[in-house]
Design a protein around this ligand. Structure first.
Ligand code: HEM
Length: 254
């Protein structure tokens, strides 16, 4: 399949494993619920939810380790990581964006390659994966844990795993889904995840700093209209343009 190129496999692994972890995790916690009961009846005595949860967890942790190796071992990975580090400008950008959203400023600030919201989401994903993996491994190795540690350690790990699961699910459904689906600027989907390309109008608005050179280049070659030209009626139809935020760059959040 053309869509599933090497750079996309990590995204796909993250997507599928996370969905399976949410479904099986909450079906383990609430087996009597109306949506989990049919699955529980169907699996009978076979521990299907637990098995699928562990396989999906292994896939998620594998993708995380692969991503960490990419960040350490590859030059592009190290550059990517540097661009993801929070800076004082991110704090300023977030305050100025709030001012713009409240109507106190006429323009949004010019964002760096990854804006403050993208960085926050990425580091939330990193933190969430570490917490879920650490507590999940404790639950997985419960026999060993109970042999060496008091029972309250297991209880604490179970509580953290459960509440972080709720937080992670809400973060994806409310925060991430808004950014990639329900935001009127990208609805019905931020196609970058499939195409690796950003629409020109989005590049002009969102990525002013590093993308301006690419947009100028695209304008010079006639791929997109010059900035002074009137916007087409439906700016979502502006032809997509490759930008330095780069095909795989933005998608390697896994
Ligand atoms: C990242 C690696 C993860 C590992 C190693 C892991 C491992 C585990 C294990 C071993 C259990 C106990 C299963 C059983 O009782 O048979 C469990 C329970 C659970 N997991 Fe995970 N898990 C991970 C990620 C996730 C994620 C991402 C979610 C949801 C967003 C999640 C949600 C849950 C829930 C809701 C439970 C039930 C907790 C309870 O009984 O209070 N897990 N997990």
């Amino acid at each position: 399949m053309k869509l599933i190129r090497p750079g996309k496999k990590k995204t796909l692994a993250l997507l599928v494993s996370f969905i399976l972890l949410v479904i099986t995790g909450f079906a383990l916690k609430f087996p009597e619920s109306f949506w989990a009961a049919p699955l529980v009846r169907w699996e009978k005595d076979f521990p299907l939810r637990g098995l699928v949860h562990r396989i999906a967890a292994a896939v998620l942790m594998g993708a995380a380790v692969y991503h960490a190796m990419y960040l350490i071992a590859m030059k592009s990975g190290r550059q990517w990581l540097r661009a993801m580090l929070p800076t004082v400008k991110d704090v300023r950008d977030s305050v100025e964006t709030l001012g713009y959203n409240l109507g106190y400023r006429r323009r949004t600030p010019s964002y760096p390659k990854f804006n403050y919201a993208e960085k926050a989401e990425y580091w939330a994903l990193v933190w969430g994966t570490l917490v879920m993996a650490a507590t999940g491994i404790v639950l997985w190795a419960h026999n060993l844990m109970l042999e060496y540690y008091p029972k309250w350690v297991m209880d604490v790990a179970t509580a953290i795993h459960y509440y972080e699961a709720i937080l992670a699910t809400l973060a994806i459904v409310v925060w991430h889904f808004y950014a990639v689906i329900f935001d009127p600027d990208v609805y019905p989907l931020k196609w970058t995840v499939l195409t690796g390309r950003a629409p020109a109008h989005e590049v002009r608005e969102e990525e002013t700093e590093p993308a301006s050179a690419a947009v100028e280049l695209a304008q010079a070659s006639g791929v997109v209209p010059p900035a002074s030209a009137p916007e087409p009626a439906n700016s979502a139809n502006v032809e997509a343009v490759d930008v330095p935020v780069a095909p795989t760059d933005k998608q390697c959040v896994n």
